[in-house]
Write a protein that binds this ligand. Structure first.
Ligand code: SF4
Length: 369
């Protein structure tokens, strides 16, 4: 199938989504109100709280997000508090959640709104759309859930539900199929209770219409579902092939000098911009890590000290599996040849670090000195 071919459907599909409005909402909204899981952001109509939760939930599970949401809302309970916060204090609370661009964009958006005189997110699609990091999904989630505007959402769960309901026999990430799903969601969203309807679609995808073995027998919209009626629920939507995993070898240096540790701040534009990490660099697969670590140290500090292995530490970034061979050394004089800063050990807990390097730090603290 060519990339721009029209979307493919099961035989006799799709039904006209406009003809299922409001019938689908009349089933899904009461179902959602009866069974909805109790998430902290669902207890609030506050646009700010809904926005924070939606930014955190992008590509992250609800179970992971809950403690982060509580901590961030406690520290910065409203838009003005977030806008006034330092980059480092927000990044520290975001640490471990990943996708740090989301956090920086959220902070930039908060500052823009407050500078323009807003004390909360406004009920205004144009203003919201102009903010950094505010995609169609996040904007419409805020507008529908906080202001009950009749606007659609499409994300991973609702995409799967809609594909099955309408018999979309295609890869929903393919542009023509994705465009059709947004049109479908637009036709289905009811005039009233749009926020509850949108959340119901996501809840159905998160609890009943699961990627594998959907629980069709207990599904409230089974009579309307094309995939269930044609016995195709397990087969659609088509899965986007995952990219092949690439292994990356690297060395890291945990250099100590007078109860300080050498760290570097990730530069502007980097995936982990603003976060601190131990110095590390990629090496060739067939290199000896200890030799690479010694050469790396020569480029960083003005004295050569013996290095000791502190084990290897693995983490994943998108399709990369990264192994850091970690070495430690005690540095006597501390003169630096390259970038970096000696961070006092007592300040390490407050410093925003990337998750792999926070784990390295935790490991170093547990290791016998
Ligand atoms: S009937 Fe089955 S496939 Fe259809 S929406 Fe419900 S759970 Fe999903």
């Amino acid at each position: 199938m060519a990339r721009q071919d029209p979307p493919h459907f099961l035989p006799g599909c799709p039904p006209d989504p406009a003809r299922l409005n409001p019938a689908m909402a009349e089933v899904l909204v009461p179902w959602f109100r009866a069974v909805a899981r109790d998430f902290p952001w669902r207890r609030s109509q506050d646009p700010y709280a809904i926005w924070v939760s939606e930014v955190m939930l992008q590509q992250t599970t609800t179970a992971t997000v809950i403690p982060y949401f509580h901590r961030l809302m406690q520290a910065f309970p409203n838009l003005e508090a977030l806008a006034a916060a330092s980059d480092e204090s927000v990044l520290r609370l975001w640490e471990g959640l990943g996708y740090y661009r989301r956090c920086r964009a959220m902070l930039a958006a908060a500052r823009l709104l407050v500078a323009a005189g807003h004390s909360n997110l406004p009920d205004n699609p144009e203003i919201l759309a102009s903010l950094p990091g505010m995609g169609d999904y996040t904007r419409n989630a805020v507008l529908s859930q906080a202001f009950d505007r009749s606007v659609p959402i499409v994300e991973a769960n609702s995409r799967r539900v809609l594909a099955r309901l309408m018999g979309l026999n295609d890869d929903p990430a393919r542009p023509p199929a994705s465009k059709w799903l947004w049109e479908c969601a637009t036709a289905l969203v009811p005039e009233n209770n749009a926020g509850a309807f949108n959340q119901a679609l996501m809840e159905l995808g998160g609890t009943v219409c699961l990627p594998s073995q959907p629980a069709c027998l207990v599904c409230p919209v089974r009579p309307m579902c094309q995939a269930a009626q044609q016995g195709e629920a397990d087969r659609i939507p088509h899965k986007t092939p995952r990219p092949a995993i690439t292994k990356v070898e690297s060395v890291g240096l945990a250099l100590r000098h007078n109860n300080c540790w050498l760290l570097r701040q990730c530069p502007a534009g980097a995936r982990r911009e603003g976060l601190w990490e131990f110095p590390h660099e990629q090496i060739d697969d067939d290199s000896k890590p200890i030799q690479c670590a010694e050469a790396f140290m020569r480029a960083i500090v003005a004295e050569q000290q013996p290095v000791l292995s502190a084990g290897s530490h693995d983490h994943s970034i998108t399709r990369y599996r990264v192994r850091i061979h970690l070495f430690t050394a005690d540095i006597k004089k501390g003169a630096l040849l390259g970038e970096g800063r000696w961070i006092p050990e007592v300040e390490m807990a407050e410093l925003p670090m990337s998750a792999p390097h926070r784990r390295i730090w935790n490991h170093l603290q547990q290791a016998p000195s």
